[in-house]
Design a protein around this ligand. Structure first.
Ligand code: PAF
Length: 282
C-alpha cells in the first residue's frame, strides 16, 4: 500500500491510472477502522481497479471541540488493517493540507435534508461533511465512492451534493455492519467501557422491536414507546428517535403505500454518542 500525505503527489499518482482508463474507488473515513470500513473497501475492490482510502479526522464536522479531541486516532492499527485487505492507497493528509489556514466550512443547501436529526442536534455538522467530502472528491477524483448506511442521513446528503454540484462520481451506500450482539460497528464503540459496551446493544434490540410494532401501530405511538424504554434504562439516554420517510427524512404522520420508511436513533452512553437506524416494513 502506498501512503500519501500530500494532495499534489496523490493527484499525480492517480492521474497515471486515469490515463490508462482505470477506475478509482474511494472510501473516505475518519480512521479508527473496523470491519464495517473493511467491508466498504472490499465492495470497492470488486467494482473498481484501484482503491483509495482516506483517513482524516475532519475538524469542521464536530460541533463540540471535546468530541474532536476525544475522537479515536489509531493510525498504526488502521494501516495494519488496510494491509490485511490489500488496500492500494492510503491518503492521510494534515488539517493544513486540506484547509490551508482557513479551517471553516462552506455553506450548503441540501434541500432540507440537513435540518433533521443529526443536523438538528449537531449544528454545522453537514456543512463540515459536505466541505471535506467535496474537497476529497476533488483530490481523488473517484469514479465510485462508498459510504455506510449507519450514517444514512450523511449518505443522502452526499448524494444530494453530488447531484446539485454535478460531481462526476457514483455514490454507493452499503449495509450496516453489526457486532454479533447487534451493536452497529462504529469507531466510537472503542470509547465504551465494559459496562457501557454491554448496555449498548439495547439500541438495536429496541429498533428491532419498533420495526415489529410498525406493522400494526402508528408512528406516534411507537416514538413514545421507544422514548419510554430509554427513560427506564440506567445507562442510555436518548437524544432523538424518529420514524421518517427515506426520501425526505421528514417524520411521518401516516403511512402511505409505496413509500419507504426508516427509524433513526441517537443515544448517549455516558458521554459517547451513538447513532443507528433500521429499514421498516409497512
Ligand atoms: O463518515 C465519516 O467517517 C465522515 O463523516 C466522512 C464521510 C469520512 C467525512 O469526514
Amino acid at each position: 500500500m502506498i501512503v500519501f500525505t500530500e494532495k499534489k503527489a496523490l493527484k499525480v499518482y492517480l492521474s497515471n491510472f486515469k490515463a490508462q482508463n482505470k477506475t478509482i474507488g474511494f472510501v473516505p473515513t475518519m480512521g479508527a477502522l473496523h470491519q464495517g470500513h473493511l467491508s466498504l473497501i472490499k465492495k470497492a475492490q470488486q467494482k473498481t481497479d484501484i482503491v483509495v482510502v482516506s483517513v482524516f479526522v475532519n475538524p469542521t464536522q464536530f460541533n463540540k471541540q471535546e468530541d474532536l479531541i476525544k475522537y479515536p486516532k489509531t493510525l498504526k492499527n488502521d494501516i495494519k488493517l488496510l494491509e490485511t485487505v490489500s488496500c492500494d492507497v492510503l491518503f492521510n493528509p494534515s488539517v493544513e493540507e486540506i484547509y490551508s489556514e482557513n479551517i471553516v466550512s462552506e455553506k450548503f443547501d441540501f434541500d432540507g435534508l440537513e435540518h433533521k436529526m443529526e443536523g438538528e442536534f449537531r449544528e454545522g455538522h453537514f456543512d463540515g461533511v459536505g466541505t471535506v467530502v467535496k474537497a476529497l472528491f476533488e483530490i481523488v477524483s473517484p469514479n465510485k465512492a462508498y459510504f455506510g448506511q449507519k450514517d444514512f442521513q450523511q449518505l443522502k446528503i452526499i448524494k444530494k451534493m453530488v447531484k446539485k454540484h454535478r460531481l462526476n462520481v457514483k455514490i454507493k451506500g452499503c449495509i450496516i455492519f453489526r457486532e454479533e450482539d447487534g451493536l452497529a460497528m462504529s469507531s466510537r464503540n472503542t470509547r465504551l467501557n465494559k459496562e457501557q459496551r454491554n448496555a449498548a446493544p439495547f439500541i438495536y434490540k429496541t429498533l428491532k422491536k419498533a420495526r415489529k410494532k410498525f406493522t400494526v401501530e402508528n408512528a406516534d405511538l411507537i416514538i413514545d414507546w421507544v422514548k419510554n424504554q430509554f427513560k427506564k434504562h440506567p445507562l442510555l439516554t436518548i437524544e432523538y428517535f424518529t420514524i421518517a420517510d427515506e426520501k425526505t427524512l421528514k417524520t411521518i404522520k401516516n403511512k402511505e403505500s409505496g413509500k419507504k420508511y426508516r427509524a433513526f436513533i441517537a443515544v448517549f452512553v455516558g458521554e459517547i454518542r451513538l447513532i443507528d437506524n433500521i429499514r421498516l416494513k409497512n
